[in-house]
Design a protein around this ligand. Structure first.
Ligand code: DUC
Ligand code: ZN
Ligand code: ZN
Ligand code: ZN
Length: 478
């Protein structure tokens, strides 16, 4: 098998940073060596097939984005990235695994939803992929089907407290699902927003002719995220089920998570780059010649962007530092402005919800290191190590150690990345929610299973490089 030595780099794991050489044999990391590359007098560098010089650069475990929606049917259209385009964009940005959401809607069978997702992804992915299962219709059949998920390597599932008529579960359904999850070792992921209340507020806003994208965020008030988060926590408590709250954006919701964790509960939360950087005020101020105030549709997602003047963004960074939030995923759910977002030109309720960021998460989170919000090791922990541990992939993924998959990124802290259309953008979208962002840092080389798939601005991978990851149980289950 082909041997590669990545030499002279600064190897960053969540546990620490060291100057070290990484020896890859075939698809696997076989050794992490002191620099200089001699092993009991044996000159390693002279006996490998390829040497990659990583001097002055970080060598990190490949990013794991545990929340993506490739090809999600939503709002009368489909998320615009296929598994092919979306995973390739992820690879460009230093992400070497995604966990996407297979979908069961009310009236469909869970098994059929999962099979459909396998069909969409198989043979098309640039990087490894796993699945969570959305259970959008909790009933006797789907509860029974949930019992088979762990054997399928799908050890987590998602419920929605929002979107009545689409994915929504009421409290009785949530309670029953959590009971099954507790028995089966499944991790419950929750979209925690009070959907019925949101829908009333949205209807009232539209009746008052408040139809522009900004009012999406007004209808989805933080109180309704806090309330749902609290309700999810209490339902998890009474069923003794671990809980993972997705896309947390309100500081009050973080407060609920912190409160539950202080009580000793197995409650976890992720946030997303958009809730760290973007704000409701910017959405309100977004006006363009092309779109007028509909420009704000570019940032319509759920949970919504929050008011900067209320300190939500700052609170998210704090929570990432203090471990009240444990992970950063993207909730990558891209839609084009033309033909997709513009379905809601006259009514924000018809704008498909979602932002595309799968390509930029590693870079955007590295800015937190640059600005001193998080440490280098925490960057790796939030974007790779904890996702691997949370979702049953750790050891093979999320860490640079012998025996791990050779999924590696060489990151240049002195490089520079300009984000936006016509720049680093490889997602299948006609705009970028991150247009104009300038990053101190650069993804230089991306290695998946020992194969260099991105090198110095060149894409060397192919569709089908990525494989389905049959995940084990979350390491956070007790
Ligand atoms: N939020 C989004 O922004 N898009 C897809 C689904 C979701 O919950
Ligand atoms: Zn959601
Ligand atoms: Zn989502
Ligand atoms: Zn570079």
């Amino acid at each position: 098998m082909s041997k590669t030595l990545i030499t002279n780099g600064t190897v960053v794991n969540s546990t620490g940073t060291a100057l070290a050489d990484v020896l890859v044999d075939g698809e696997t990391i076989v050794a992490v060596l002191a620099p200089g590359s001699t092993l009991l007098g044996f000159d390693v560098a002279a006996n490998v097939d390829a040497v990659i010089d990583a001097a002055g650069k970080y060598v990190i475990p490949g990013g794991i984005d545990a929340h993506t929606h490739m090809e999600l049917p939503f709002g009368g259209t489909n998320a615009s990235d296929t598994f092919e385009t979306g995973t390739r964009a992820a690879a460009w940005g230093g992400t070497t695994s995604i966990v996407d959401f297979a979908v069961q809607r009310y009236g469909e069978r869970v098994e059929d939803g999962l099979a459909a997702w396998h069909e969409k992804a198989a043979g098309n992915c640039a990087i490894d992929y796993g699945f969570h299962q959305i259970v959008g219709g909790v009933d006797a059949d789907s509860l029974q089907a949930m019992r088979g998920l762990v054997d399928e390597g799908v050890s987590s599932y998602k419920l929605f407290m929002a979107y009545p008529g689409v994915f929504y579960s009421d409290d009785a359904q949530i309670l029953r699902a959590m009971q099954v999850a507790r028995e089966e070792g499944l991790l419950t992921m929750m979209h925690a927003e009070n959907g019925p209340a949101i829908d009333v507020l949205a209807e009232q806003l539209v009746a008052q002719k408040k139809t522009s994208p900004y009012f999406h965020g007004i209808a989805r008030a933080w109180q309704l995220e806090e309330e749902a988060t609290h309700r999810a926590i209490m339902l998890a408590d009474v069923t003794d089920a671990p809980l993972y709250v997705v896309h947390v954006s309100a500081k009050q919701a973080v407060g609920q998570l912190a409160w539950a964790r202080d009580r000793g509960m197995n409650v976890f939360g992720e946030t997303c780059p958009q809730y760290l950087y973007l704000s409701l005020e910017e959405q309100l101020g977004a006006v363009s010649e092309e779109w007028g105030d509909f420009e704000g549709a570019k940032w319509v997602c759920s949970t919504p962007l929050r008011a900067r003047e209320d300190g939500h963004q700052h609170a998210m960074w704090n929570a990432l530092r203090t471990n009240d939030l444990q992970m950063v995923s993207t909730d990558h759910c891209p839609f084009c402005m033309k033909g997709q977002k513009d379905l809601g030109l006259t009514d924000f309720r018809a704008i498909p919800n979602g932002i595309g960021s799968v390509e930029h998460r590693m870079d955007l989170m590295y800015q937190g290191v640059v600005t001193g919000e998080i440490t280098l090791e925490r960057w790796v922990e939030l974007t790779s190590t904890t996702p691997a541990r949370m979702f049953g992939m750790y050891g093979k993924k999320g860490v640079i150690q012998p025996g791990a998959d050779a999924d590696l990124v060489i990151y240049d802290p002195n490089g520079h990345t300009s984000i936006g259309l016509g720049k680093t953008h490889h997602m299948n979208m006609d705009y970028s929610a991150w247009e104009g962002y300038e990053i101190d840092g650069h993804v230089d080389t991306v290695i998946s299973h020992g194969k260099v798939i991105v090198d110095d601005g060149e894409y060397l991978g192919a569709k089908g490089d990525g494989r389905f990851v049959k995940r084990g149980l979350s390491q956070y289950l007790i």
